[in-house]
Structure formats: structure tokens, C-alpha cells
Design a protein around this ligand. Structure first.
Ligand SMILES: NC(=O)c1ccc[n+]([C@@H]2O[C@H](COP(=O)([O-])OP(=O)(O)OC[C@H]3O[C@@H](n4cnc5c(N)ncnc54)[C@H](O)[C@@H]3O)[C@@H](O)[C@H]2O)c1
Ligand SMILES: C[N+](C)(C)CC=O
Length: 487
């Protein structure tokens, strides 16, 4: 960034085009102008594709071990600069520093480290045949496009770029316009680590520049983290060139608490599943189903502990609930809180904007709990993406499974019970890509991450992501000659 203006990072350097329109980027906690961002257009998109093609030609010729060694240098730099990058993320997104310092950058670094270690082991298979054999080569796809959401900006950029680069691809990454800063620093760090120019490019701009890249036949794949509606629009656009797609989309996930659960643990999980990152997490367990016999005890502890949460300046080390990412997003969350009340849900905690001294321009929302919710309420069926929990009561296992699955979404689910047989029986029936037993929102890199139904397509993390960034070439090798039926 120069003179407060953030530009696209293409071919290993920032590309200046003073003719481009500028978008303001604010700190959501206090309204401070962080930078202006040059909104890339057709010329930058073209340059990004050409640079990525050139980067791909060099990177894909390296061995996996060579790529992994370079990626591991980026891991060291990320870890060494954790505090600085975490602070940047807090200013861009509004989340508490006590979260960003232990999750955002470090989980991104963990992901790069995991795939760096895997790069040398990406290979095909051998098939012995009669008088012949066959083998497969696992080849990179080429130029991949990554599109990010604003809630975990650097983590999402790492989750997409790490498997892509380990497999030998080049990437053009478009961060959300709301949180454009950390992806640019990630690009600088990859360059400093020795990733060749053009292998990881960051294009700054709106959905229109992303759409131009999706339409481009030289781009082999698009991986999007965003809302379901955006995923559907991208899938339509990607169909024009039959691009491969990975989609990490929205959720309205159930957290089921059975009558034998440890109530204190279940309350901890319900709070983490709704109030971490001020509720702006795709996997959040926003439909909390509680067994009728423990409902009163659960609600009592939930309310007591929720009122203790510290809402405040995200940069303060004690703050546990930061600012919503933008005024318009906060207003959408507050609208849902109004809808919940008009639908007849009982407001058990929160429900209002909180003015934080020193951060008066920020939009902070008190962690909100609705009790006595019904499945047909909009607050129960629509993704809010803010600190709003809906509590629902259930009577038996079959009923709660049916209600948990009664949605077009299927990103995640949680089950709390001391009965192991019940836990596995219920999880087997839940229509969700990621399930937790006696915990919530834990996403180790070793575990595939992806949604069922309209929550997604394909996987991030784990060995599964390698499949999403490679293609197999089957090679048949004749050893005994052509058996020709022709004269
Ligand atoms: N499943 C996951 O891993 C995951 C993680 C984080 C967020 N999310 C979801 O993301 C949503 C919140 O993030 P958001 O508001 O940034 O989402 P969004 O869908 O509005 O935007 C996501 C990205 O897509 C781009 N975009 C929007 N329309 C586009 C189009 N037609 N073509 C190409 N690009 C387009 C945006 O510029 C942005 O970079 C929530 O629904 C949340 O559940 C999912
Ligand atoms: C944070 N993350 C990407 C694991 C889940 C979605 O917000």
C-alpha cells in the first residue's frame, strides 16, 4: 500500500492505475478510514490471467518438495508476523484481537504448513493389467480463481491458496471488498518466501471483476466462500466454460443438546457457536435444540453467562464481542431481531445495539438469545450471520433429527450427549457436511470441510482438497503389441 491506496498485487508487485475508481475501506469499530482501494477492471483482470499463466509455467515445473520448501518459508513469516497481521485483521473486520491473535493468521499458517508437507506426496497410481499396465498422473488444473468472504479474510485466503499452490496451480485471489487488506499482505509474504511472480495474485474489486475472470476460458477453476445466492450465481456463470467449482456457502446449522448432556459444556458450546466473531461464522449452530427436561436449567446458565460477555473496542485484550462488519450488515441483524420479536419468540438476552465508549461510530450488537422459537420463524430458518441464537425445545430423538434436517442448508451440526451410541446414531442421520460431538466450531486442517445440500460443493482442507485442485490423467501402456482385427 502506498499513500493510503491499496492496489491489486499482480505478477509479484502492486499495479498502479490512477484512472481506476477508488472504494473507501473503513474500520468497522470506529469508522476510521483505513485505506482507499483501487477497483480493478478489465485491464487488471487480463494482466492477472497472463501473470498467473506465466507463474503457473514456472511453478508447475518444480517438484512438490521444492514447492513445499518455499511454502514453509511463508509459514515461518506468517507466524513471526502474527500479532501485526492479527491487528490488521481486527481493524479491517471488527473482530476481537483475543480471537484474531490465536485463530485467524495461525490457522492460515497451519493450513499452508499442512499442504506444504503434502506437496511432495501428491502422485498418481499404478494399475497392473494383462500385457499392459496403466498409471495415472495427478496434474494441476492451471490458473485457479479464489473468491473470499469478509469474516475470516486471511484464513480463507490461506485455505484456498495452500492446496492450490501445493498441487502446482497458480491463483488469482479476490478478497471481499469489505476486508481487502490481509490478502495483499499474504501475497507479499508468498513473494518474500520465494513463490515465483504470478503464482499468487490478488485482484481488488467488486463482483464484476470476479465475473470477468469466471467467464475467462483460461481460468480452470473457481473456489468461492460466500453466501448461497452468490454461489448459485457463480455456478451459472462458471457453466459457460464448464469450470470446476468449489463452493463454501452459508448455513443455518443445528446444535442438539440431549437430556444427559453436561449442561455447563453445552452452554459453552452454544455460546461459542453463536457469539464467537460476533456471530459472523458460516458454521454457527444458530438453531439450538434443547431437550425439554433440561431446558430451564440450560436457559438459566446460558443467560447468566451470556450477560457476562465483554462487548467493547475489538483492540482491547479483554473484548469478547467486537463490531459487526458494517453498518448495513448490523442493520440487517437488528432487523432480524425485530422480526423475531414480531414472530412471537421470547427475547431472553440482548436484542439491541450497544454504544461502546471511544468506538461510537461502530455497530456493536449485544449477544442475543431468543427462547421458545418455532421452526417456521424466519429467525430460525434464515441465515442472520450475527450474534443471534434461537432456542427450540424437543421431546425425542427422531423428532429432533427430522427438524434439524428440515432445511435446504447443510453446512454443520453439533450433538451434545454422554451416550456415545446415541451420538453416533444421530450424527449418521444428520444432513450436514461437518458434525461435532460434544464440541462445536472446531475445524482442524486434517478434517475435510464442506457442506451438504445448498451449503456447498467440494472440500477445503485435508487430503480431499487435493482432489479439488488436481486432475487425473490416465495413461495406458501397451507391452505386447496391438491386437488388430484388420487385414
Ligand atoms: N462455508 C464457508 O466456509 C463460509 C465461510 C465464511 C462465510 N460464508 C458465507 O459467506 C456469507 C457472508 O459473506 P459475504 O457477505 O462476503 O458473502 P457474499 O456472497 O456477499 O460475497 C462473497 C464474495 O463473493 C463476491 N461476489 C459476490 N457476488 C458475486 C458474483 N455474482 N460473482 C462473483 N463474485 C461475487 C464478493 O465480492 C465477495 O468477495 C455468509 O452466507 C456465510 O455463511 C461461508
Ligand atoms: C471460519 N470458517 C471459515 C472455518 C468457517 C466459516 O465462517
Amino acid at each position: 500500500m502506498q499513500d493510503g491506496i491499496l492496489k491489486s498485487y499482480i505478477g509479484g508487485r502492486y499495479i498502479d492505475n490512477p484512472a481506476l475508481p477508488l472504494a473507501d475501506n473503513f474500520n468497522p469499530a470506529n469508522g476510521e478510514l483505513l485505506c482507499k482501494v483501487q477497483q480493478a477492471g478489465a485491464a487488471e483482470a487480463e494482466l492477472a490471467v497472463k501473470s498467473a499463466e506465466a507463474g503457473f509455467a514456472v511453478w508447475s515445473e518444480m517438484t512438490g518438495a521444492e514447492r513445499g520448501r518455499i511454502m514453509n518459508k511463508a509459514v515461518s513469516i506468517l507466524r513471526a508476523r502474527n500479532r501485526e497481521l492479527a491487528e490488521l485483521e481486527v481493524r479491517d473486520n471488527g473482530k476481537p484481537i483475543q480471537e484474531a491473535e490465536v485463530v485467524d493468521v495461525l490457522s492460515g499458517a497451519d493450513c499452508i504448513e499442512y499442504f506444504a508437507g503434502m506437496a511432495a506426496g501428491i502422485h498418481g497410481e499404478h494399475f497392473p493389467l494383462k500385457g499392459a499396465f496403466a498409471y495415472t498422473r495427478r496434474e494441476p488444473l492451471g490458473v485457479c480463481l479464489g473468491i473470499g468472504a469478509w469474516n475470516y479474510p486471511i484464513q480463507i485466503a490461506c485455505w484456498k491458496s495452500a492446496p492450490a499452490l501445493a498441487c502446482g496451480n497458480a491463483m488469482i485471489y479476490k478478497p471481499s471488498g469489505m476486508t481487502p487488506m490481509s490478502a495483499a499482505l499474504l501475497a507479499e509474504i508468498y513473494s518474500e518466501a520465494g513463490v515465483p511472480d504470478g503464482v499468487f495474485n490478488v485482484i481488488q474489486g467488486s463482483s464484476s471483476v470476479a465475473r470477468q475472470l469466471i467467464a475467462d476460458e483460461r481460468v480452470a477453476k473457481v473456489s468461492i466462500t460466500g453466501s448461497v445466492d452468490t454461489g448459485k450465481a457463480i455456478m451459472k456463470d462458471a457453466a459457460g466454460t464448464l469450470k470446476r467449482v468449489t463452493m463454501e456457502l452459508g448455513g443455518k446449522s443445528p446444535l442438539i443438546i440431549f437430556d444427559d448432556a453436561d449442561i455447563e459444556q453445552a452452554v459453552s458450546a452454544a455460546m461459542l457457536a453463536n457469539f464467537y466473531t460476533q456471530g459472523e461464522i458460516c458454521t454457527n449452530g444458530t438453531r439450538v435444540f434443547v431437550a425439554r427436561s433440561i431446558h430451564a436449567a440450560f436457559m438459566q446458565r446460558l443467560k447468566e453467562r451470556t450477560t457476562l460477555l465483554k462487548i467493547g473496542d475489538p483492540m482491547h485484550p479483554d473484548t469478547q464481542v467486537g463490531a459487526q462488519v458494517s453498518p448495513s450488515h448490523a442493520q440487517s441483524v437488528l432487523k432480524y431481531i425485530d422480526i423475531g420479536q414480531s414472530e412471537g419468540a421470547v427475547l431472553a438476552a440482548g436484542g439491541q445495539r450497544v454504544i461502546v465508549p471511544g468506538c461510537e461510530a461502530g455497530w456493536f450488537i449485544a449477544p442475543t438469545i431468543f427462547d421458545q422459537c418455532r421452526d417456521d420463524m424466519r429467525i430460525v430458518s434464515e441465515e442472520i450471520f450475527g450474534p443471534v441464537m434461537s432456542v427450540l425445545v424437543f421431546d425425542d430423538e427422531a423428532e429432533v433429527i427430522q427438524r434439524a434436517n428440515a432445511t435446504r442448508l447443510g453446512l454443520a451440526a453439533g450433538v451434545f450427549t454422554r451416550d456415545l451410541a446415541r451420538a453416533h446414531r444421530v450424527v449418521a442421520k444428520l444432513q450436514a457436511g461437518v458434525c461435532w460431538i460434544n464440541n462445536y466450531n472446531i475445524t482442524p486442517i486434517e478434517m475435510p470441510f464442506g457442506g451438504y445440500k445448498e451449503s456447498g460443493l467440494g472440500y477445503e482442507n485435508s487430503l480431499s482438497a487435493i482432489d479439488c485442485y488436481t486432475q487425473r490423467k490416465s495413461v495406458y501402456v501397451e507391452l505386447t503389441g496391438v491386437a488388430s482385427p484388420y487385414a
